[in-house]
Design a protein. Structure first.
Length: 417
C-alpha cells in the first residue's frame, strides 16, 4: 500500500527519521478508522454486511405515503356555518372513496361522491344549531389512502318559520286526503322547502307536490289513494332557508293510513246522493242543494272537518243576516269558503224535491241530532276526514282546487307543472 509511505513522509518532514515507524503506525491506525467508518456507512446500526443501511428503508417508507390530499370545507372548528352550500369535501391527486358526516345523534347525512371522485356534496340541507363531524378518505393512483377529519357547528337563526299540517300523525283518513302544509311565513325558495319534505308510501305510488301561493304546499297521487295505503312524511324543515334569513325549525315524522274507499256523488238535478264503497252503491240519500242564486259548487270535494253541532251565520260567508242557525247538526266541511254537507231539520219536504239551501248540501235530520236513523246522522257516522263528496249537475262552476283540500279538480299535468 502507498498510504503508509505517503503519511510517513509527511511526518518525517517535520520530525525526522526516528519517528517514521511511529508515523507509519499512526497512518495505519487512521486508515483502519476510515475503513471502519466506510463499512458502517450512515447510521451504521443496520447490521453486518448491509452497506447501504437504513437509508433504503427511509426512502421506501416515504414512497408508501399517499399522494392524495383531502380537503374539508368548512374548516375544522368553524362556527355559525350556513345550513346549505357550505359543506363540501374534495380530493386532489386522488379520488374520494368514503365520506361520513354525522350529527350528534349519530345520524348520517346523505350525500354523493362525484363521478370522477373529486368532490362530495350533501344531498340535503343541514340542521341549524348543530355540531357535525366529518370523516373523509381518498386513494391515490397507487391505491394508497389518505384521511381527514373535522367538525363544525351550524348557525343559530334569528328568524324562523313552521308548517301547520294535516292530517294528524297516526290518523286514518279517506282516499281523497292530501298531505297539506301551511307555512307561517311566505316561502321564496319553494324548491328547497319542497325538497325537504319526503313522502313514502306502502304500497309505493308516485306522490307530487303543488304550491298554492307562497304559503301552502299540498301533496297527492295522480288518483285517489288505494285503501289501506300507509303514508309516511319526513318533514325535515329544520335549517331550510325558506326565505332570506328565515329558517325552518321543524324535524318531524308523520304517518297516516288510508281507510276504506268511500266516494259519495251528489246529483243537484236528481236531488240524490249515492254513497259508494269500493265503487258499489251502499246507500242512496235524498238531498237538497243550493237554491237558484246560491248554487252549490260542482266538483270533487274532500271532507276536512267534522262537527257534531255548529253555528252557521250568513254574515261569515257574505250573506249578511239571511240566516243564523246556532245548532246545525252533523256538519262536515267541504270548502274553506263555507260549503258543508250537514243535517237540516228546518227544510221540510225539500229533500229530494227542491234545492233550498244557501250552497250547502242538506240531509234530513232532527233538531239536536239525536235520531241515529236520520240520513244525516247515518252519513256523519259512516264518513271520515278525507272522504270525497262529488257534486255534479249544479248550475255553478267547479270549485277552485285551493278552496279546501280540493286539488283533485286540477289535472295531473297541471298539478305537477
Amino acid at each position: 500500500m502507498n498510504v503508509g509511505p505517503i503519511s510517513g513522509a509527511s511526518f518525517g518532514a517535520r520530525q525526522g527519521g526516528a519517528r517514521r515507524r511511529g508515523g507509519r503506525r499512526l497512518a495505519a491506525l487512521a486508515l483502519g478508522v476510515m475503513l471502519a467508518v466506510t463499512a458502517c456507512g450512515p447510521g451504521g446500526d443496520s447490521g453486518p454486511g448491509d452497506g447501504k443501511g437504513k437509508g433504503k428503508d427511509s426512502t421506501a417508507a416515504q414512497s408508501k405515503q399517499s399522494e392524495a390530499v383531502v380537503t374539508i370545507a368548512p374548516k375544522d372548528g368553524a362556527k355559525s356555518v350556513e345550513t346549505s352550500g357550505a359543506l363540501k369535501v374534495s380530493a386532489a391527486k386522488g379520488k374520494l372513496t368514503e365520506v361520513v358526516v354525522k350529527d350528534p345523534d349519530g345520524e348520517r347525512i346523505d350525500g354523493k361522491i362525484s363521478g370522477d371522485g373529486a368532490t362530495w356534496t350533501p344531498s340535503t340541507h343541514l340542521a341549524a344549531s348543530t355540531k357535525y363531524t366529518v370523516h373523509a378518505v381518498a386513494k391515490d393512483s397507487e391505491g394508497r389512502t389518505a384521511a381527514e377529519d373535522a367538525d363544525f357547528t351550524t348557525l343559530t337563526p334569528k328568524n324562523t318559520f313552521i308548517g301547520t299540517f294535516t292530517p294528524e300523525d297516526g290518523s286514518k283518513v279517506g282516499v281523497g286526503m292530501p298531505f297539506s302544509v301551511r307555512f307561517s311565513r311566505g316561502i321564496t325558495s319553494p324548491e328547497d322547502v319542497e325538497k325537504a319534505i319526503r313522502i313514502t308510501t306502502e304500497p309505493a305510488v308516485e306522490v307530487e307536490g303543488h304550491w298554492f301561493g307562497n304559503d301552502r304546499l299540498d301533496f297527492r297521487p295522480e288518483k285517489y289513494w288505494k285503501a289501506g295505503t300507509k303514508v309516511t312524511v319526513d318533514l325535515n324543515l329544520d335549517g331550510v332557508e325558506g326565505r332570506p334569513g328565515v329558517y325552518g325549525e321543524q324535524d318531524k315524522k308523520i304517518s297516516f293510513t288510508i281507510g276504506r274507499n268511500q266516494v259519495s256523488v251528489v246529483d243537484a238535478k236528481k236531488l240524490t246522493m249515492k254513497v259508494m264503497r269500493e265503487g258499489k252503491v251502499v246507500k242512496t240519500i235524498p238531498v237538497t242543494t243550493g237554491a237558484p242564486g246560491y248554487e252549490t259548487w260542482n266538483g270533487q270535494m274532500v271532507i276536512s272537518e267534522k262537527l257534531t253541532v255548529t253555528r252557521m251565520n250568513g254574515e261569515t260567508v257574505g250573506y249578511g243576516g239571511e240566516y243564523d242557525i246556532k245548532d246545525v247538526p252533523h256538519a262536515m266541511r267541504l270548502s274553506t269558503s263555507g260549503t258543508f254537507i250537514h243535517g237540516n231539520y228546518w227544510g221540510g219536504d225539500a229533500f229530494g224535491n227542491r234545492n233550498a239551501s244557501h250552497g250547502c248540501v242538506g240531509l234530513r235530520d232532527v233538531r239536536g241530532g239525536w235520531d241515529k236513523k236520520a240520513p244525516a246522522a247515518w252519513f256523519f257516522n259512516n264518513s271520515m276526514i278525507g272522504d270525497v263528496v262529488v257534486v255534479k249537475n249544479s248550475n255553478d262552476a267547479t270549485i277552485a282546487p285551493d278552496n279546501g283540500l280540493n286539488g283533485w279538480n286540477m289535472s295531473w299535468e297541471k298539478w305537477k307543472a
